[in-house]
Design a binder for this molecule. Structure first.
Ligand SMILES: [Zn+2]
Ligand SMILES: [Zn+2]
Length: 342
């Protein structure tokens, strides 16, 4: 799922894209390798998979997206670290978005290793197994949220042509619930459930070294996204998950996109502040005049709405509205389209 920075635009130039289009690998700590894999998304040029040494092989945390040549990018990145795909002994996914899970089926097929992931991955399964049904539902939600017919039609036809980015749906061999551990040469990594960004999201913490594999829960450039429509309150769940990670006291974060960062607490605070700002912006927009979710978007995000980010922004607004409704700070007015008032 896309994670363009919320505070800066996506002005990635053609030259920058060309420089970034290959998978690259680098050692970040003894026995820990960052595999930077290209993505086709505007403003989100790559994602990370993390290889951690375990005996004669590695545990691979996240996989990159499935695309033409994506396996070659992964193999190239591994090779730059002196590793090979055949050494993968276990695939662990932080969550079931295509950029973190997309190549799981291919890697498992190639290596015979196991896949471990959180059981709440229905959001991915529905998308991979019946993309048309998911798209139809999204169109229905968008129409109900006030998106005008013509841009919606254009968006839908672009989406229908798009690949899911997932090689195939495979069920995890083991459910990654809080407390499960993953053994590596650096010691055991403990699973902590951190839903919000996605219902299936977990973070992995190595307590002796205080290392955190954070997936998309914490990113270097603060960026929020919540899967809408699968759990009662994604924004509330995300805020709870920030508390879960805060209590761990990590000293280095290995995120799902971008470089490692050490000021973990500052990133947790930054996420909390941004959620608070977004909720306030939504409330301010609907203080006097009832608006549809679509009409709220420019009040919160300026005029940045485009065909590329429309679904992303609308999902977030719907999650903020859901949270405000649960808190008793906003209510919806039944109708077609649905409107909201503070
Ligand atoms: Zn994600
Ligand atoms: Zn991601």
């Amino acid at each position: 799922m896309a994670h363009a920075s919320e505070r800066t635009g996506s002005s990635t130039g053609r030259r920058a894209l060309a420089r970034r289009e290959l998978g690259r690998g680098e050692r970040v700590l003894p026995g820990v390798y960052r595999l930077r894999l290209p993505l086709p998304w505007p403003g989100v040029p790559h994602c990370n998979a993390w290889a951690v040494r375990a005996g004669d092989g590695v545990v691979l945390f996240d996989t990159g997206m499935h695309q033409p040549d994506s396996l070659a990018h992964l193999e190239r990145a591994l090779e730059m670290c002196g590793l090979a795909l055949e050494q993968v002994r276990l695939v662990v996914c932080t969550h079931a978005h295509s950029d973190h899970y997309g190549q799981a089926a291919t890697i498992v097929e190639r290596t015979g290793c196991e896949l471990w992931m959180h059981p709440n991955h229905e959001h991915m399964k529905r998308m991979a197994e019946d993309p048309d049904a998911v798209l139809d539902r999204r169109i229905e939600v968008a129409r109900h949220s006030g998106v005008p017919e013509e841009p919606l039609r254009q968006w839908a036809s672009q989406r229908r042509a798009r690949d899911s980015g997932i090689a195939g749906v495979i069920e995890p061999d083991r459910d990654l619930c809080t407390g499960i551990t993953i053994d590596t040469d650096l010691g055991s990594w403990v699973v902590h459930e951190t839903p919000g960004h996605a219902p299936s999201h977990v973070c992995l913490f190595q307590p002796e070294r205080r290392l955190l594999i954070s997936g998309d829960h914490l990113l270097g450039r603060i960026s929020l996204y919540f899967d809408y429509g699968y759990t009662p309150d994604p924004v509330g769940e995300f805020c709870n998950s920030l508390g879960v990670v805060e209590r761990l006291g990590a000293r280095l974060c290995l995120p799902g996109h971008g470089r490692t960062f050490a000021d973990v607490q500052a990133h947790i605070n930054g996420n909390r502040t941004l959620v608070g700002e977004r909720l306030e912006a939504v409330l301010t927009a609907i203080r006097d005049t009832p608006l549809t979710a679509f009409e709220i978007v420019p009040h919160v995000y300026g005029d940045s709405l485009s065909g590329q980010n429309a679904h992303w922004l609308l999902s977030k607004i719907l999650c903020y509205l859901t949270h405000l409704r649960l808190e008793g700070r906003a209510r919806s007015i039944a109708g077609e389209p649905e409107r909201w008032v503070a």
